[in-house]
Design a protein around this ligand. Sequence first.
Ligand SMILES: [Zn+2]
Length: 501
Amino acid sequence: MLCVGLVGVTGHLVEVEADLAAGLPAVVISGLPDTALHEARDRVRAAVVNSGQRWPNRRITLNLLPATLPKFGSAFDLAIAAALLGGSGELPLLPLEGVVILGELGLDGTVRPVRGVLPMVAAAARAGVARVIVPVENAAEAAVIPGVRVRAVDTLHRLVAFVRDGTPLIEPPADVPVPPVGGPDLAEVAGQQLGRRALEVAAAGGHHVALLGPPGAGKTMLAERLPSLLPELDDDAALEVTALHSVAGLLPPGGRLLRRPPFQAPHHTATVPSLVGGGSGLARPGAVSLAHRGVLFLDEAPEFSKGALEALRQPLEHGQIQLSRSGGGTVYPARTQLVLAANPCPCAKPAGDAHCECSPLTRRRYLGKLSGPLLDRIDVQVRLMPVRAAELMATDGNVEPSATVAARVAAARQAAAARWADLGRRLNAEVAGPLLRRPPWRLPAKVTVELRGRLDSGSLSARGFDRVIRMAWTIADLDGRDRPDQDDVREALQLRTGEAA
Ligand SMILES: [Zn+2]
């Protein structure tokens, strides 16, 4: 029988062999099984018996090939049961030849949904498999993959009846069009010119963002609206993102590719495994992978544990996370855009508030927690003030909706992608600082004069210098010009230091 094993989000075809020999009744499974596979032996036995099938009292050897492939999870149950019943002569296996069979078995013989069906079926399709049988709850998800005929089962009994008598299997649900749901829109954010601009620049250049400011400054409102400024995911990205959510068991019902950049906002009490992934059996992707090709928002970032912030360093640097586990490491993609929000001090009172008694040292220490692992990678750092009543009441109709900003962002991204195509980069945030300081990309001396002054006086670090230049390119892209000028650099500096121009 054929099924699929997952390593990370990549599926590999697995062959299940069964041998039934004379001897003391026993079941032996070989082929690098993990704990769940050993439990499979007991599940399969109960399911077979409770489905009214005869359990062969022979010495049963099950082998899962290739043996070198680490195998996690419970998706092999159904294929094991079929191989076993075939081996004992209970079931003619011809109708299942070349068919990939996925599903976990309950003790009563029901077929249970499994995580990761989408990347499993994609792997089957790649391997030239034309037909798959999946748990009925996973049928819509499996049907997303083109070129594969999907049929579903709810019980082992249904599979047996199909093989013996040709009783039809369950067809996947017909494609039901879902009305597009409007996410949060930038039009709902009153005032906050600086915050809105920071978001637009971040979206256009792919820059990480830090929003610093007291409660009531609208940090969360802004962060939640960053995905609405990002372009739709292309086919490859959509497949990657959907596969990750499939492995996490978090795909919305209906079965379609996720086309919008995802948004993840883990709470500051989140554990390291929930942030970066982990768990027994088939590892669950963490928030940083569920935010792949989208946005990871850390609200009240200094409140996260030191270990949690430290654990994010690797994925932010490499765009993927390596989970070490017994039986082989798992790698999940984790190319995400980070948005940090932080209060200026631990008591979270507005600046200048008489009730704030935090010393300058306390304030420095509070944000200092972020400095090493995270703040160093963030281009855009703005300080937001609470929105004044006057701004909230202003109804000058001047508040741009997300769609208008997203159109500028898309054009800017296209310009950047064309410019960096030869370097294999697409976003300004991906371009290394030294490259921007060398010809042909070095900016004329008169454009960077203020910046170099700050560098010399020590009020800007060398790394900060590179970040300002990078943002200046994004600002020029947004404005439709092919080179940053002095004003672009000035605005970029403002988005870096939070100082008014
Ligand atoms: Zn305070």
